[in-house]
Write a new protein. Structure first.
Length: 447
């Protein structure tokens, strides 16, 4: 009898799926240890798996309060999972390879290309070095500024710890916080320093490392790609429109913006618009928002951040491409054009595929949760399902009350959302081969 050797999956998407799964289960095991919780009993496996998945998938949904449930050890485990999940485990594997002077193979470069959604493998290793350095710089600056502000409200040691925890959490678009009893950042709704610093961390972490790399190289190249232009434009429009609409919709809401000053109203609107782009922390109490605002946030969460970033959602470029295709059809044009550049039709098909798969996931998860969580409002369930898929972490309060089946469904939704529906679909597809022939063409009626 010939023994078969164990072999790792060769496709980059499959390696990413298995790698993320390994990190999640390792984190879950650590959170079940007695040393991880203040009561000395550790979390149940299901709650630990939920928390580990939420941290690794940089979501921020929690079934237990992070600040009051976990010890420093447990919080550091969560913070480590956030950092690994935000940058990707392959980034850390490459970093260790640099430290031990190991050569990066072609296979590893292909995995990095898939992880960062990079168009080519050329320059991907150099970009990884810059990503790690840039991340450290942003988190140190953000952590220092937040620590200085928090030092006015708490002891200096605690302020430093809180400052850096929240800087790492928000740069990676995770939304975990230590403020206790699900308050998130509501105490700082009208604090300019906290709002501006955290919003900046969320936006920079969410525009994508490819965009950051191109902005860095602009001083040499004096140009940026179409991808970077579309990301920056779409992000600016979504944040700006979101801020304006939330400001108008919540202006007279006595539970949210009405008691605040004009500056407070603007800062509250800005923060909720930015955090809806997959960050998850909040300065306004989410259940107190009007239904119209909640539906707007669902829309913003579904779009999410940009490709190759720490955030989730269908991504800004996917949304922009489909909007461009719609406008081209309305104008009677065949090509989708941005900044005098034509988009390949394959990208339009890919965008449509991502959006449809994502819609199906959110719809199916919402339908299942209406069965497993009876008595909960439809909007609350839809909000939770979208938040989990988009790895946002905003919640109307459903998460802590989820049934065991509901928790498992949300765990799988966060996993699919972090990896990306298209990546997961490809990873689970066996024997992918191009068609050897094409059928005759015929038209059908549309619309």
């Amino acid at each position: 009898m010939v023994k078969r050797k164990f072999s790792y999956p060769k496709d980059p998407p499959k390696i990413l799926v298995s790698g993320f799964a390994f990190v999640i289960f390792l984190g879950a095991y650590l959170l079940t240890l007695p040393v991880a919780t203040r009561d000395g009993e550790g979390l149940s496996f299901l709650n630990a798996l939920f928390t580990s998945t939420s941290a690794t998938c940089v979501t921020g949904l929690v079934v237990v309060d992070t600040g009051t449930t976990f010890t420093t050890f447990g919080q550091l485990v969560i913070l480590s999972l956030i950092q690994i999940g935000g940058l990707g485990f392959m980034t850390f594997a490459t970093l260790f390879a640099f430290l031990f002077r190991k050569k990066i193979s072609l296979k590893e470069r292909l995995i990095l290309q898939e992880a960062f959604n990079y168009l080519t493998i050329e320059g991907v290793v150099r970009m990884v070095k810059r990503v790690v350095l840039f991340t450290l710089v942003c988190e140190v600056i953000g952590g220092t500024l937040l620590a200085i502000r928090f030092s006015f409200d708490m002891p200096i040691g605690k302020a430093v710890y809180y400052g850096f925890f929240h800087a790492v959490s928000n740069f990676n678009n995770a939304g975990f916080d230590l403020m206790g009893e699900y308050r998130s950042m509501t105490d700082y709704v009208d604090d300019p320093l906290v709002v501006v610093v955290i919003c900046a961390l969320i936006i920079v972490g969410g525009i994508g490392f490819v965009v950051i790399n191109e902005i860095y190289e602009y001083r040499k190249m004096k140009r940026v790609s179409l991808h970077t232009k579309v990301v920056l434009l779409t992000t600016s429009v979504l944040v700006g429109m979101g801020t304006i609409l939330i400001f108008l919709l919540e202006f007279h809401n006595p539970k949210t913006l009405e008691p605040l000053s004009w500056m407070g109203k603007f800062l509250g609107s800005l923060y909720q618009s930015v955090t809806a782009r997959t960050a998850g922390s909040n300065t306004l109490n989410i259940p107190d928002l009007t239904d119209t605002t909640l539906f707007l946030i669902i829309f913003l969460m579904f779009i999410g951040a940009s490709p190759g970033s720490t955030g989730g959602g269908i991504k800004t470029t996917t949304f922009a491409t489909l909007v461009g295709a719609m406008l081209s059809q309305i104008k009677g044009k065949e090509d989708v054009v941005f900044f005098k550049r034509r988009i390949d039709h394959k990208m339009i098909y890919k965008s449509l595929t991502v959006i449809l798969i994502s819609l199906f996931v959110v719809i199916i998860v919402t339908m299942i949760l209406t069965v497993t969580e009876p008595g909960k409002g439809f909007l609350m369930i839809l909000f939770e399902a979208t938040s989990a898929f988009a790895t946002t972490g905003l919640s109307m309060g459903l998460t802590p009350d989820l049934s065991p089946v509901g928790k498992f469904i949300i765990i799988m939704t966060m996993f699919v959302g972090r990896l990306g529906p298209l990546t997961l679909a490809i990873a689970l597809t066996l024997n992918r081969r191009p068609d050897s022939f094409r059928y005759a063409e015929e038209k059908i009626m549309i619309g």
